[in-house]
Design a protein around this ligand. Structure first.
Ligand SMILES: Cc1ncc(COP(=O)(O)O)c(C=O)c1O
Length: 456
């Protein structure tokens, strides 16, 4: 299994040919999911005592299994938060795998971690955080949010008064589901301010003033969003920062989706106040054109994260010894063994330069504005709200929720587009509407027009 023979060489060539084909292709079909039973019927038993052979397994992948995936980088995949990794980044993802690097400690992964840190330096510079701030790459926004919440909670519990208290955090209903999920993992209560529009410093202050004495005692952090997933809304970060400072609360900004827009001059002022955050989540696998999976968590004072996350064990002592000194990414987030997942981003940044990143992010914002104008000009459609960052919410006049679902499935089945519905709070009810999220700079105006025209 670990030896080189002619079969292995042939398989390597086949795999490389496939990868080259995928990387250089300009169009990919939108695949269709199949039921597990259907896939099983197509491929049969794949894991057997003697193995089915690389060539056969690879053919099953090419013929059947790869086609049951929807490529996130398809220009008409505008659902959820899609992605569009650069070709340079994808290529270096192959190099990252081929290099077998353990990215936890400098002692083993110095070269890879050095590259990651070069990329991280650029991301940190976009935030405007003060000297000394730094971050690490995580598996995604969820892991970054968890790492930040745990750091904040441990910092709060330094004070003996809070040692036995269950923590409480405040965010808004516009926050991503991972905030609620990660609060559960960290066994922290969460209070949601009832607004999907911008969370303001004023609303936060009022919420704090309405807390009971015990709730106020348990409150240790506020999570603001720098680009909500549903609508691209950036909270009043400056106002929230001010309240957090006055109330001595940890200020976390979840900019997993919107963080890429820090590079875009046209919207950068909307993020004013992010430079006062204690921690920030930004996902390069969303709007920084990195392949999955690559998130990032950044801290104003990384030492606090180290206190919360650094693992201890006799087998790990060597990594902290003289001679092994260097930056150990494992100390700043929840994971020990880790892929150097920032490496593809580094290679792409080094290849193209940061200006190209700016341009590509600006294009996503421009596409949202263009889509907004097309919707306004369309007799059957109307905007639910002005486009924000690269998100557009719009309604098809007269449609019921099931019409949106049917339309989504029809377009998907035809292999034409993936555009999914969402809900928007309208007074006291939630209205089903359609949503675009633009990431891929190769999405064209014609793509948008074709999708809108299909809403007949
Ligand atoms: C604002 C926000 N935070 C967190 C997440 C979770 O990130 P991930 O899916 O990378 O774990 C997302 C994902 O869409 C998001 O949009």
């Amino acid at each position: 299994m670990h030896k080189i023979d002619i079969e292995l060489i042939e398989m390597t060539l086949d795999v490389m040919k496939y990868a080259i084909g995928r990387i250089s292709a300009t169009e990919h079909p939108i695949g269709k999911p199949k039921k597990a039973e259907e896939l099983k019927a197509l491929v049969g038993d794949t894991v057997t005592e003697k193995g089915i052979g690389g060539e056969y397994a690879f053919n099953l992948w090419k013929e059947h299994l790869s086609k049951a995936n929807v490529p996130v980088d398809h220009p008409r995949n505008l659902a959820f938060v899609p992605a569009s990794p650069t070709r340079a980044a994808v290529m270096f993802d192959l190099v990252t795998s081929a290099s077998s690097i353990h990215g936890a400690y400098w002692m083993e992964g110095a070269g890879g971690i050095f590259c990651e840190n070069e990329a991280m330096q650029w991301i940190v510079s976009l935030t405007g955080l003060p000297e000394g701030a730094f971050g690490v790459f995580t598996s995604g926004g969820t892991a970054a949010n968890l790492s930040a919440i745990v750091t904040a909670r441990e910092y709060w519990r330094r004070d003996d008064t809070y040692k036995r208290e269950k923590g409480l955090i405040i965010t808004s209903i516009g926050a991503h589901s991972s905030i609620k999920a990660m609060a559960k993992v960290a066994d922290v209560d969460i209070l949601l301010v009832e607004t999907e529009e911008k969370l303001t410093g004023k609303a936060l202050q009022e919420t704090i003033e309405n807390l009971t004495f015990h709730q106020r005692k348990r409150l240790f952090a506020v999570v603001a969003t720098g680009g909500t997933t549903n609508a691209g809304i950036i909270d009043d970060l400056d106002g929230i920062a001010e309240v957090c400072e006055a109330e001595r609360l940890w200020f976390h900004v979840d900019a997993a989706y919107g963080g890429g827009a820090l590079a875009a001059d046209s919207v950068r002022p909307l993020f004013k106040g992010i430079e006062k955050a204690d921690s920030i989540t930004i996902d390069p696998h969303k709007w920084m054109f990195s392949p999955y999976d690559c998130g990032a968590v950044i801290y104003k004072e990384p030492e606090l994260a180290k206190e919360a996350h650094s693992q201890q064990g006799s087998y790990l002592d060597i990594f902290k010894d003289e001679g092994a000194h260097g930056f150990n990414p494992t100390d700043y987030q929840i994971q020990l063994t880790r892929r150097v997942r920032g490496l593809p981003l580094w290679f792409s940044l080094a290849t193209h330069g940061t200006d190209r990143y700016k341009e590509s992010v600006e294009r996503g914002i421009e596409l949202a504005q263009i889509a907004g104008k097309m919707i306004e000009a369309h007799p059957d459609l109307e905007l639910v709200r002005e486009p924000s960052l690269s998100c557009v919410l719009y309604r098809r006049k007269g449609w019921q929720p099931e019409d949106y679902t049917h339309w989504t499935y029809e377009n998907h089945k035809k292999g034409f587009a993936l555009v999914t519905p969402t809900k928007w709070k309208n007074g006291n009810t939630f209205e089903t509407v359609s949503r675009f999220c633009f990431i891929n700079p190769d999405t064209t105006e014609k793509d948008i027009q074709m999708i809108l025209d299909s809403m007949v």
